[in-house]
Design a protein around this ligand. Sequence first.
Ligand code: F0G
Length: 478
Amino acid sequence: MTTRSWAEPWKIKVVEPIRMTDRRERERAIRDAGYNTFLLRSEDVYIDLLTDSGTSAMSDRQWAGMMLGDEAYAGSRNFYHLERAVRDYYGYEHLIPTHQGRGAEHILSRILIKPGDHVAGNMYFTTTRAHQELAGATFHDVIVAEAHDPRSEHPFKGDVDLAKLSALVDEVGAEHVPYLSIAATVNMAGGQPISLANLKAVYEFAHSRGIKVILDATRAVENAWFIQQREQGQRDRTVAEILFDLCRHSDGATMSGKKDSLVNIGGWLGLRDEALAAKARNLVVVFEGLHTYGGLAGRDMEAMAIGIEESVQEEHIRSRIGQVLYLGTKLMEAGVPVVRPIGGHAVFLDAAAILPHVPREEFPAQALAAALYVDSGVRAMERGTVSSGRDPQTGANRVPKLELVRLTIPRRVYTQAHMDVTAESVIDVFEKRERVAGLRFTYEPEYLRFFQARFEPVGAAGIFKDAGAARAVETAKA
Ligand code: F0G
């Protein structure tokens, strides 16, 4: 035998039973949730692929660390463990803990942005851009064109287009660009990595123009794995070495520990400059908590410090990204249109290609996510027109090139059998795709609308146009 399967590098010590539902219950649940998977009760979900954020399983070492929480208001020993872990693995001298990633984005945006400024980056992320806009900046996407093409096999679709970046800086003036907002990996592009060479070039360009580079390090470990696998000359380096090197080409980072770092809550802002860190430390007190806990319990900081160490282990990251690839490969083999290459944290279905009969104004990705839930209880997330929101100046819907449904894989939570069940359901829905109806808003909130918006199917009783008829057939057969 020449091939050998891989298996998860952990065994299961505690299990959490999941409730099974039938189709009728799911039809009711999604209707009650306004066809928005964010508004479903988790009890009504079978396999939860809404997000990889805060949904990972902690290790026995992390749980043991929770018992070592030093819940002092100031100067908790867990803060110093976390500070050490961030310095050792990410290399930022100054650590400001926050309750999660957007807490760090908020503080950073407030200390660096002046109204009228411009921030450029490799595609937007929802909360990151929201904080930049709230602080008065305009965000500009300067990612390579391939990132907007779900079929492009470019190995580093997270790269910045340097010509686009330089033209933008010339146009608005470097003095109005406080920093570049660079993500590793790029969530909205499909979990696609940036290359080390590109980040180096971006950093050199930015510094030549007096502009800072701020990394969104949320999934930088996953990015480091792709660099090791795909970038010339990187094969013999460890993921930990590459991670450190990535961060070297930035002036600071915002971090959601809820992803790479294997915790259920937590984040941080890391900075190199002492004066800037002093400003951030002062502001964090107003919005999050004292600068040695930033909205976290001591036990949460301990779990994150341990999670950082575990996250860079080669066996861990290989199996984590391997599981995502396993699901993606099954779908590609069945001919389901997905974003290629398969990204780090999720498989992204190309909803625009799957539901060409649903116009973009009827939110094909939102509809596809609802249909998948009704089919099997698998919960996915819209990443398309709804997530993109409205232009703050014109109020028009922003229609991004990518209209995607994200099947996001939590770390160390599901087995390959769960991936098989998920793939079978996606393939089934793909086969009956003509029956999926579009959606229209019944409620649209002002900020980050995808979280709380409600919808109804256009011209149909349910998300499957002929749901009533199909049920009658099923009943007749039974
Ligand atoms: N940056 C990226 C790239 C993210 O994916 C997220 C969160 C954040 C920042 C914000 O971090 O949630 O801790 O405040 N992404 C989640 C997701 C919500 O489902 O992709 P947070």
